[in-house]
Write a protein that binds this ligand. Structure first.
Ligand code: NAD
Length: 264
């Protein structure tokens, strides 16, 4: 299937590894012109080089910007004033007991996971409406629906993304612009490897035990009973980015391994 992404420009926040890197790779394979992002220039440069190796003829570059710093986001927008497909993927997660989460951490999670996408949309969304085409995609989580007891602050940010996404979609009426969210379930990214390590430490278990327990106790409803591969998330995102997905707007699309027990 030709996803008709050739020549479209895309920006993927937090794409030096994990789900973001896989999204950047698939968009490049479809012929999009992609800007990747991470916090450190060196890491961004390494990932750009890796993508050029993986995808023959890839048109990819990178901009370092830390989404917890407003001035970094302003600089990023100045460097990249126009983009057809912003993918709000940058996100942080960490298991922590509710009573140990400080005000500063609540605000940091909100800033990196929610305000990041809002700041980009404030700039790019009116431009998309002006040219009558664009795709804004929020990488939320099944944790938006099943708030995880081991990281309520994270769940809060993922639900907030759904509200922003749906709200923005309301403003696209009668245009060629769409705004959607994709909700991955547990996915084997570099960040999740670290998460399982931390979970094992807090529970006094080995990494293997913590991983097995995770599906037995924390996510028993998973129908696939395994971590998804990052490419299994990226392929849905790539479709949503495509002109072919024009009738999908304001949606919260699940790639959650069947975790959310809902028919629609
Ligand atoms: P990851 O930790 O492997 O990768 C995160 C990426 O974001 C990295 O490239 C990192 O450099 C970047 N990043 C982190 N903080 C940043 C900041 N302040 N500014 C700029 N970049 C920053 O994570 P992942 O598992 O690939 O997750 C990606 C997205 O998917 C997140 O929004 C996450 O909430 C969501 N998600 C992940 C899972 C999962 O199980 N992996 C499940 C549901 C949703």
């Amino acid at each position: 299937m030709d996803l008709k992404l050739k020549g479209k420009t895309a920006f993927v926040s937090g794409s030096t590894q994990g789900i973001g890197f896989a999204i950047a790779r698939q968009l490049l394979e479809e012929g999009a012109i992609v800007t990747i992002n991470g916090r450190k220039q060196e890491r961004v440069d390494e990932s750009v080089a890796r993508l050029k190796e993986l995808v023959h003829g890839a048109s990819v570059n990178g901009i370092a910007a830390d989404f917890s710093r407003r001035e970094d986001v302003s600089k990023l927008i100045a460097q990249l004033p126009d983009v057809d497909i912003p993918v709000n993927n940058a996100g942080i997660f960490e298991p922590k007991a509710f009573t140990d989460i400080t005000d500063e951490e609540w605000l940091r999670f909100y800033e990196v996971n929610v305000l990041s996408g809002i700041r980009l949309a404030r700039h790019y969304f009116p431009k998309m409406i002006g040219k009558n085409w664009g795709r804004i995609i929020f990488i939320s989580s099944e944790s938006a629906i099943h708030i995880p007891e081991e990281m309520i602050h994270y769940g809060m940010t993922k639900t907030a993304q759904l509200a922003v996404s749906r709200g923005l979609a309301e403003l696209t009426k009668n245009t060629g612009v769409t705004v959607n969210s994709v909700l991955p379930g547990p996915t084997r990214s570099e960040g999740v490897e670290e998460f399982i390590k931390q979970l094992a430490e807090t529970q006094g278990q080995t990494k293997e035990q913590a991983e097995a327990d995770f599906f037995k106790t924390a996510r028993p409803g998973s129908l696939i009973q395994r971590f998804a591969d990052v490419n299994e998330i990226a392929s849905l995102v790539t479709y949503v980015a495509s002109p072919l997905s024009a009738a999908t707007n304001g949606a919260a699309l699940r790639a959650d391994g069947g975790l959310v027990r809902s028919i629609i």
